[in-house]
Design a protein. Sequence first.
Length: 327
Amino acid sequence: MRNGLAFPARDGLTIGFAHVAYRAAEKFAARRTGAAHFEVRTLEELERRAREADVLVVSGLWRNALITSAPKLRFVQSFSAGTDQFDKALFMKRGVRLASAQGANERAVAEHAIGLILALARQLHLARDNQRARRWRGMIGDRALREQELSGKTVAIVGLGRIGMRLAALARVFDMRVIGVRRTARPELGVADQVVGQADLAQALAQADVVALTCPLTPETEGLIGPAALAALKPGTLLINVARGKVVDEAALLAALADGRVRAAALDCFPEEPLPVDSPFWALPNVLITPHTAGETERYEQNVVDILVDNIERLLRGETVLRNQVV
């Protein structure tokens, strides 16, 4: 019970799944938990059926006004690791619990990031462009323009959380030197060669051949990679963003891509999504774009349902601490 609102018994529980694409309901149904459930694909459907739900599993379709039109709602399980779309103060006021899906995509995002690093280093984005143009690229005399090897390169991982730690382990397989950047410096033996606090970001960036962004979006990280941070880079640095679009100042990045401070960038996220058709990033040959799919794999729904079922069982037992608890 929270703020006088009891969590219903299992046979009276209704769970609503709301996502434009994910098919989590079928994974949940296979668990045979005894709880009723429904699934919707649009905001209009969610607004119509939210009042039926004791639990909602939702992320992008969430609107904070829903909390006042869903009188039975006791718990929201986010589909995503990020929860900046949820008004935490309102959740507290209404006595509604909130948990993130942190960890559901840590393997996927780290694998995507190392894939993007390899793609840029081996210039696979340019190879695809050449294939589309039916152009066989000749041998290159200028060594600075050739493909790169990762061994001996330094990667600065900005955000040494679960995703960042897993990416660090993958980078070390390729014999890369790893510098981790986190809010406060704390050694991670066997994971990173060096860990610095966010105050020393420029020091880490200056050493990097590759910069990988894996940090959450917070007031401290919004616009973190702006003109000053980009000016600290060595010319020819590779930039990977699998964090959030607003971590990067887009205008500053465009300038760095134009002057060679950033040799190439692989971007999975942008401040505005879908990326507008008139965005200059689409046409840049030294930019590789993936449509915010770093964490989207065939196992994602299963991973989220694992967290959801764990949290429901905790609530049914009357426990007060949730897995990935936010509120």
